[in-house]
Ligand binder design. Structure first.
Ligand code: NAD
Length: 492
């Protein structure tokens, strides 16, 4: 069985803590994939120190040269797509075709960011003064820490590492302990692409120990975190108290709003894909359908028909449509929300149970679950479940639909199904989410476009797209006076 190693200063070596947890296949817990060493604070510190030592040379490496390394990483990642996708499915449980999609997206992100290395320019700006040249310059921050969740263990690290490195920072990266194999394979891609020793370091371990060191160590200039609100909120506070730059992307409770004039079969398909794809474990998963009451019965009937056809089982198999929850904890959370929803009076119209027979006998499988007549004050309407559980909320009209869609703490993504142009634009203006879709599902995002949420979902600047570089750079404003004379007038 593999023991995953840390990657510090260009060397791979397993943690010496002597503390381990198993990496287990969530579709079949008899399949023990590897041993995860839980690294110590000292190991985390060694990685930060290596990154600090590597920083001066990396910041002086011309930006297009840094970009060329990222471009090479994109090529290598594409070559290893199948191997990495299989490792991802085995340890995280998403379908193999979803894993391939995730790895491809990471390739796209690397390609895009490699190109941005040729455009990391500031601006030249006219000065109020004669013979003054004013411009801005983007510079790296120093050592940055990247802390990531298990649910997109290739793509999310890729969309943090690539802009951090292009910008000239050196990185310490802590993946979730549930997905160490994919993190290892991803870091090997950067190593093989020619990232110099110390520039990218990987430390596998717990949030409380390695994660905390990555937040609190004085050499860390910025923290880019994706994960739960509970952890993100605490980390934001700790980072801010030390005047570090912090970016957190957190939970979601994403709605599909279906208006009476919508193409109902199209909306049904989007709801099923959004709610049950990746077992509902996407931050962009659809967890609510907010629908005008007049079309709700027809919608629910078609949705039940569509969802009954979902085949649950081994995510490696091509004919399977939905895999397991990632681990026992997530499985427990899903079933506790199912019980809460029942107790609160939501109407369970499909699923709700654990699947424990046949291909599902040894994994964390849940039947795709739909609750109808969920009301806006129920916990199922407000809280992130992160599993295959969909809430249907019936509303009287468009205004109420938008109000209900916005009535959650989160604001990641949303979609609206309608053919009414005016309502489409009103929805886009009023919906409180960082991303919105018209007549397409709540998930998805392209490398060249910003990604992130409003309200409790996100703090700090957006990830992906050109804007991703803003977080990882300082902006310096420069005035060059070539008058050779003393300044006259107000010096404000
Ligand atoms: P999590 O918050 O439990 O863990 C995320 C990372 O933080 C892990 O690496 C974990 O080890 C680390 N961590 C835990 N405690 C820490 C601490 N005290 N200090 C520093 N680091 C610590 O989240 P998870 O369960 O891995 O991921 C699921 C969550 O991520 C969901 O809420 C989901 O919505 C969210 N998510 C959001 C986005 C987005 O872009 N908005 C994308 C994917 C996932």
């Amino acid at each position: 069985m593999d023991t995953y190693a840390n990657f510090i200063n260009g060397e791979w070596s397993p943690s010496r803590s002597g503390r381990f947890v198993d990496n287990v296949n969530p579709a079949d817990t008899r399949d023990k994939i590897g041993r995860v060493g839980l690294s110590t604070r000292e190991e985390a510190r060694a990685a930060i120190e290596a990154a600090a030592r590597a920083f001066p040379a990396w910041r002086e490496t011309p930006v297009p040269v840094r970009g060329a390394i990222i471009a090479k990483a994109a090529v290598i990642l594409a070559e290893r797509k199948e191997e990495i996708s299989r490792a991802l499915t085995r340890e995280e449980g998403k379908l193999l075709r979803e894993s391939r999609g995730e790895v491809q997206k990471a390739v796209n992100v690397l390609e895009f960011m490699a190109g941005e290395a040729r455009r990391l320019n500031g601006e030249t700006v006219p000065s109020e003064l004669p013979f003054n040249f004013a411009y801005t310059l983007k510079q790296p921050l120093g050592v940055v820490s990247l802390i990531t969740p298990w649910n997109f263990p290739v793509c999310i690290p890729a969309w943090k590492i690539a802009p951090a490195l292009v910008a000239g920072n050196t990185c310490v990266f802590k993946p979730a302990t549930l997905t160490p194999a994919t993190a290892t394979l991803l870091v090997k891609v950067f190593q093989d692409a020619g990232v110099p020793p110390g520039v990218l370091n990987l430390v596998i371990g717990s949030g409380a120990e390695v994660g905390d060191e990555f937040v609190t160590h004085p050499a860390i200039k910025a923290i880019s975190f994706t994960g739960s609100n509970e952890v993100g909120a605490a980390l934001y506070k700790d980072g801010a108290a030390r005047l570090k730059k912090v970016q957190c992307e957190m939970g979601g409770k994403n709605p599909i709003v279906v208006l009476a004039d919508a193409d109902i079969p199209l909306a049904v398909e989007a709801a099923a894909q959004g709610a049950f794809g990746s077992t509902g474990q996407r931050c962009t998963a659809t967890s609510r359908v907010v629908i005008e009451a007049g079309v709700a019965d027809r919608f629910v009937e078609l949705l039940l028909e569509r969802t009954r056809r979902i085949r649950v089982g081994n995510p490696m198999e091509a004919e399977i449509d939905m895999g397991p929850s990632v681990d026992a904890n997530q499985y427990k959370t899903v079933h506790s929300y199912i019980e809460i929803a029942k107790a609160e009076g939501a109407k369970l119209v499909l699923g709700g149970g654990k699947l424990t027979d046949g291909p599902c006998a040894y994994g964390f499988f849940t039947a795709p679950t739909i609750f109808d007549h969920v009301t806006r004050t129920m916990r199922l309407a407000k809280e992130e479940v992160f599993g295959p559980v969909l809430a249907v909320l019936r509303v009287k009209d468009f205004d109420e639909a938008v109000e209900v869609a916005n009535d959650v703490p989160y604001g990641l993504t949303s979609s609206v199904y309608t053919n009414d142009g005016a309502k489409t634009f009103k929805f886009i203006e009023r919906i409180e989410t960082g991303i919105t879709h018209v007549n397409s599902p709540t998930m998805g995002g392209e490398a060249q476009l910003p990604f992130g949420g409003m309200k409790a979902t996100g703090v700090g600047t957006r990830e992906m797209g050109r804007v991703a570089l803003d977080f990882f750079t300082e902006l310096k404003t420069v005035y060059i006076d070539y008058t050779g004379k003393k300044r006259e007038g107000n010096l404000y």
